[in-house]
Ligand binder design. Structure first.
Ligand code: ADP
Ligand code: TZD
Length: 593
């Protein structure tokens, strides 16, 4: 249900005192102002974008009207920022782009947001419909509405100023309700200068009421889930980024602690409970996935990141033969059975579902058998002490463990800092080494394993929270969005980028097999000075060659809140091809030439 704005406080758009303007002619508004007013009415206070025809004045006016406008160097980064803002705040992040090429640059981010279930709205200006539809060659001509459709939950276009309120309301509701995701909103150039009576304009705006309504699970589904769980001898709770997004932190923590069930966080669910929690089974991941007999999925999909719920990772070729059962809490009813049978789907929002389980459990719950929890503890201890030895390494140039050990210490002392992380080895090692202590403090390549989210996510994390941001970046990964260090400097954001510089994609040791002058495809300029990129824009650049140097530089950066880039010199032989997903690389066939 929605209400119209009936008591607005808008000022005259004519520039004349309101009373005089009213006498002269009825107060007017236009498409530009209606878009801004509609966003503000829905408590959206920030736009991530890149100006140009036809939206330049929209960015100027939005700033003039008190919105924060964060202007990027490439639309993909603005889009990634919007997506991360959506994940962190449960409000759709807004990305604003120009027509065709700007729109297409933003589209990857829109698709990535949708794949990751992050709410965002890509608003693009577009060329004139009459010309586009007859393919008469307009400036930046493209049928953007249709191009966007496969990459988002819905795509809408507004043709008349009086429909702007409806268009924005529909975009917000679609992005947030059910499974969150990306929405495209097409605003043709002509719309912005359309005028209408200001009072009628105000009344056309909609404040979206309850855009993500709670979805209460059915009592019989709750009972079924509890029955399955009660029969478990080796239960496991698996927390995904849906659980982090849901902001049901207390209920989730209570569920874990009250049941005593060991839990495993997916990478962006780290910190929902501190990684140092006694019930975390992260350091015994392979063991618990293979051995658990009942797994409660909380906002986590059984996709490639979880080996599709089958195979060796899960203890055998056919988990059904092992009588492994899944309980799946998800807002999307079609997620169940996507990869393996789900014994107990629990459909609803995570807060409501977890609360319903807690109500059903009452105070009678029997904690899991000690042989299960002590077997996990034993493996955890062994793996953690093995890791502690590796982390203590002080080799220079650094390896991944030495460098990440230093970062781990700094994050421990600043648990409020947000970690952004991308790369291959840099991602895989950081995910397991750097402990997180608070919810929604870790943002990474997510469901696609996409490179290029780094600086966009870092900007959004800093803008939405004001907290320090530590971006742990492979040198290849950093390159995808590296120019945004200028944006970070321009807005003076508390972001410290740590580039893991090992001279290439994965590592820096490949050679051209022909002996020709071209370097191998995975190799970069050796010993590049990424730190100077930050200095070019007035930020601080540091070279760190040892864990001690890296730790000191990072501590200083976080304490100062100043834009900093630490060029962390990593041994170019460290790391493996594709990090931990080498197995997904197609094998070269043994062909005789
Ligand atoms: P991960 O990559 O961490 O395993 P996924 O992105 O695969 O997590 O899964 C997130 C899941 O969470 C999606 O299936 C999505 O439908 C679900 N989800 C998102 N928000 C909510 C919510 N508020 N309540 C219930 N489920 C949610
Ligand atoms: N392009 C995009 C958009 N996403 C991708 N995932 C890739 C290309 C392929 N790719 C990976 O999957 S990881 C990676 C690429 C290019 C970079 C790995 O090198 P790095 O990290 O320097 O960032 P490490 O830590 O040195 O391995």
């Amino acid at each position: 249900m929605s209400t119209v704005l009936d008591n607005p406080t808008a000022t005259s758009r004519t520039g004349k005192p309101a009373a005089a303007a009213a006498e002269a002619a009825p107060e007017q508004t236009d498409g530009f102002h209606l878009v801004i007013d509609a966003l503000k009415l829905n408590d959206i206070d920030t736009i991530y974008g890149l100006p140009g025809i036809p939206i330049t004045d929209l960015t100027r006016l939005a700033q003039a009207e008190g919105m924060r406008v964060i202007s990027f160097r490439h639309e993909q980064n603005a889009g990634n920022a919007a997506a991360a803002a959506g994940f962190l705040t449960q409000k759709p992040g807004i990305c604003l782009t120009v027509s065709a090429p700007g729109f297409l640059n933003g589209l990857t981010a829109l698709a990535n947001a949708t794949v990751n279930c992050f709410p965002m709205i890509l608003i693009s200006g577009s060329s004139e419909r009459e010309i586009v539809d007859l393919q008469q060659g307009d400036y930046e001509e493209m049928d953007q509405l249709n191009a966007a459709k496969p990459f988002c939950k819905a795509a809408y276009r507004v043709l008349h100023a009086q429909d702007i309120g409806i268009g924005i309301a529909r975009a917000i509701r679609t992005a947030l309700s059910g499974r969150p995701g990306g929405v495209y909103l097409d605003l043709p150039a002509k719309l912005f200068s359309q005028t209408m009576d200001a009072q009628a304009g105000r009344q056309s705006l909609i404040k979206v009421i309850d855009p993500a309504p709670r979805q209460i699970p059915a009592p019989d589904a709750v009972k079924r889930a509890l029955d399955v769980l009660a029969g478990a001898r080796r239960p496991l709770i698996l927390l995904g980024k849906g659980a982090a997004y849901a902001q049901a932190d207390d209920a989730i923590r209570t569920l874990v602690e009250k049941t005593g069930i060991p839990y495993l966080p997916m990478s962006m669910a780290k910190g929902l409970l501190p990684d140092t929690h006694a019930q975390s089974a992260a350091a015994a991941r392979s063991y618990v996935l293979a051995e658990a007999d009942v797994v409660v999925l909380v906002g986590a999909r059984l996709n490639w990141l979880l080996s599709h719920g089958k195979g060796k990772t899960w203890g055998g070729p056919d988990p059904q033969k092992l009588a492994k059962q899944f309980i799946q809490i998800d807002i999307s009813p079609t997620e169940a059975d996507s990869n393996v049978p789900i014994a107990a789907p629990l459909i609803g929002d995570i807060g409501s579902c977890v609360s319903a389980l807690l109500d059903g459990i009452g105070n009678q719950w029997k904690k899991p058998p000690a042989e299960w929890t002590s077997a996990i503890a034993e493996r955890k201890d062994k793996n953690l002490s093995k890791m502690a030895a590796q982390l203590a390494q002080q080799a220079s140039p650094m390896n991944f463990h030495g460098a990440l050990g230093a970062i781990r210490d700094v994050v421990k002392s600043r648990p409020d800092a947000i970690v952004v992380n991308e790369g291959a080895n840099t991602l895989d090692f950081a995910r397991s080494i750097v402990d997180m202590y608070e919810p929604r403090k870790r943002l990474d390549c997510g469901t696609w394993g996409i490179m290029g989210i780094g600086m966009g996510f870092a900007v959004a994390a800093a803008v939405t929270t004001g907290k320090p941001v530590i971006a742990i970046e492979g040198d290849s990964a950093f390159g995808f969005s590296g120019m945004e260090v200028e944006t970070i400097c321009r807005y003076q954001l508390p972001v410290c980028v740590v580039v893991f510089n090992n001279n290439g994609v994965y590592k820096g040791t490949d050679v051209n097999p022909t002996g020709g002058a071209d370097p191998a495809p995975t190799v970069f300029v050796k010993d590049a000075r990424y730190d100077l990129l930050m200095e070019a824009f007035g930020g601080k650049g540091v070279v760190a060659t040892s864990p001690a140097e890296l730790k000191r530089a990072l501590q200083e950066a976080v304490a100062s809140g100043k834009p900093t880039l630490i060029n962390a010199v990593i041994d170019e032989t460290a790391g493996t091809e594709s990090g931990r997903i080498t197995s997904l690389n197609p094998q070269k066939a043994a062909i005789n030439k």
